[in-house]
Ligand binder design. Structure first.
Ligand SMILES: *[C@@H]1O[C@H](CO)[C@@H](O)[C@H](O)[C@H]1NC(C)=O
Ligand SMILES: *[C@@H]1O[C@H](CO)[C@@H](O)[C@H](O)[C@H]1NC(C)=O
Ligand SMILES: *[C@@H]1O[C@H](CO)[C@@H](O)[C@H](O)[C@H]1NC(C)=O
Ligand SMILES: *[C@@H]1O[C@H](CO)[C@@H](O)[C@H](O)[C@H]1NC(C)=O
Ligand SMILES: *[C@@H]1O[C@H](CO)[C@@H](O)[C@H](O)[C@H]1NC(C)=O
Length: 490
């Protein structure tokens, strides 16, 4: 009896630093935006409840979504929601212990108290405002306004103030002129933080030191066939062999949803992709770098303003296709109209497609494709988003798609029935290209990476998947990122 009590006490005292794993939580928030003057308080109240549940599940860190606390507005309108965030490189500050100083900054104060109360790291996204009159690049209104991630340590001290570098059509906000390091230390490893569109341009090797994981806040815009939140997050974690804690916003009518905890080459420990407008807390145990596997003890808790319950994410609510009229609206990767598509016509066979000298072939066997169309799509070149942002890709994907808008492959259904027993994709990527592999089945379910095999060699890279029962694949492929050809300054 006494011995049990002692062991239990020892187990609860024993912090993440002494064990082989840590417990991570990410919160996919369905933001409360009205009335605008109450939005911040209402969102923070949900954050507090989520953090308390995360703590009850022994979380060492909680990551919240981008735009989870403040709404996005135009430059003037957003100003009342911004808070002056001090530079943690210049002075130590613990807002929760400095109530008077922070009486007019409820966001910093509350986040710091969440960290302090629960003795956990807190990563959240907010808006920072800095006076800048007389400084170079200062806007005419005399202030810099930044999309900002803040990180607090277990004592509630501000550790990191990171200004989003790659703004995504956020014209109310400013691009930071300096690039302070987004890397920080915890008692369970070295981490970095980034915001949303940053993930398209940054890779772990861009940071000043090696990281064990990335704590990522996002309002990810789901783009088919190969840039949907959880699909790309898992492939990023696998392709870089780095842990990704990704907290997305839950706003399915705006194509935002899908979060998870992805442990490097092992892929998802837990993820959610469900268009139900309900906030979700995802928790899992993550092995520390180099440590052996542990059972993830994964869980998902759903939250509304009044209630919470345990949730099982099985993809049942994922519609046949996303549509601006339905509960879930997503959109196509704009460049997908430039892909070379070749249709899979037989139940089994081999097809090949090339684009700008980049070639990709697919050998496959299925139980019959019935009425469903599948295509092999290939692209090589600069991706372009409305003449505003661009980056380099070498892309090869087998995808369920239908003709739409004059294109043979213009609509990408989220569900399918054909079962693939064997698929092998082969492509000649440029040597420096980073490859992000992914396999997704009907209802946006992720295939775990141990099911496939990626073999990278000089002449050709192959991705193969064999499954006796057959998998209802909707997408299978490799997104290659040729970072070195991106526009300068990215
Ligand atoms: C912190 O704990 C105190 C005392 O239990 C409580 O009153 C307060 O609401 C908590 N604050 C947060 C942000 O969790
Ligand atoms: C991923 O990283 C871990 C930890 O550094 C290492 O043990 C493992 O072999 C790596 N896996 C791959 C596929 O590179
Ligand atoms: C994509 O296709 C459009 C229309 O054919 C063309 O104008 C554009 O240059 C293409 N872009 C790329 C990057 O290939
Ligand atoms: C890729 O392979 C195709 C055909 O096999 C070839 O024509 C092309 O030159 C190759 N491209 C590169 C970059 O090796
Ligand atoms: C990987 O591909 C190369 C070249 O095609 C081949 O020689 C090698 O056996 C493959 N390795 C595995 C583990 O499949």
């Amino acid at each position: 009896m006494l011995r049990t009590a002692f062991l239990m006490a020892a187990a609860s005292l024993c912090c993440a630093s002494a064990s082989s794993f840590y417990t991570a939580a990410v919160f996919e928030h369905a933001p409360l935006e009205s009335p605008p003057e109450k939005a911040v308080a209402r969102n923070l109240a949900v954050y507090k409840r989520a953090a308390a549940v995360a703590k009850s599940k022994h979380a060492d860190v909680i990551v919240f979504s981008e735009y989870g606390i403040i709404p996005y507005f135009d430059r003037q309108e957003i100003r009342p929601y911004l808070e002056n965030v001090p530079d943690p490189q210049k002075s130590d500050t613990t807002p929760c212990s400095e109530r008077d100083t922070y009486s007019d900054r409820p966001i910093l104060y509350t986040l710091s108290c969440i960290a302090q109360n629960h003795s956990m790291f807190v990563v959240a996204n907010m808006g920072d405002i800095q006076k800048c009159e007389g400084e170079p690049g200062c806007p005419p209104d005399g202030v810099f306004q930044y999309n900002t991630n803040v990180v607090f340590d277990r004592k509630g001290k501000l550790l990191v103030r990171y200004h989003k570098k790659n703004l995504f059509f956020e014209y109310s906000l400013d691009v930071p002129q300096e690039e302070p390091s987004p890397v920080f230390e915890t008692d369970f490893g070295t981490f970095a933080t980034l915001v949303c569109f940053d993930l398209v341009y940054k890779r772990p090797s861009d940071f000043p030191k090696p990281i064990d994981g990335l704590m990522f806040t996002t309002e990810w815009l789901n783009l088919l066939p190969h840039f949907t939140s959880v699909q790309f997050f898992q492939s990023w974690a696998v392709g870089n062999n780095v842990t990704l804690l990704a907290a997305n916003l839950q706003k399915p009518w705006q194509a935002n949803m899908g979060s998870g905890i992805f442990h490097g080459a092992e892929g998802a420990l837990v993820y959610a992709f469900n268009p139900d407008k309900v906030s979700k807390l995802l928790v899992a145990r993550v092995p520390k770098t180099g440590a052996a596997k542990v059972p993830p003890k994964a869980s998902i808790t759903a939250f509304t303003e009044k209630d919470s319950w345990e949730h099982r994410d099985d993809g049942k609510d994922v519609p046949d296709e996303c549509s601006s009229k339905g509960p879930y609206s997503c959109t196509n990767e704009p460049m997908s109209r430039n892909y070379t598509f070749v249709r899979l016509r037989e139940p089994a066979g081999r097809v090949e497609a090339c684009h700008n000298g980049f070639c990709c072939s697919l050998s496959y066997a299925s139980n019959g494709l019935k009425e469903e169309q599948f295509h092999l799509g290939v692209f090589s070149g600069m991706y372009d988003l409305q003449n505003t942002y661009s980056w380099c890709e070498e892309e090869c994907v087998m995808v369920r798609c239908d003709a739409a808008g004059g294109a043979a492959c213009g609509k990408f259904p989220l569900r399918s029935g054909a079962r693939f027993h064997n698929v092998q994709m082969r492509a000649n990527f440029t040597a420096e290209t980073t490859i992000y592999p992914s396999a997704v089945t009907s209802g946006m379910r992720l295939v775990q990476p141990h099911k496939w095999h990626l073999n990278r060699s000089r002449g050709a890279t192959t991705l193969s998947l064999a499954d006796f029962a057959g998998m209802k694949l909707t997408s299978f492929g490799m997104k290659g990122r040729c970072y070195s050809k991106d526009p300068p300054g990215k």
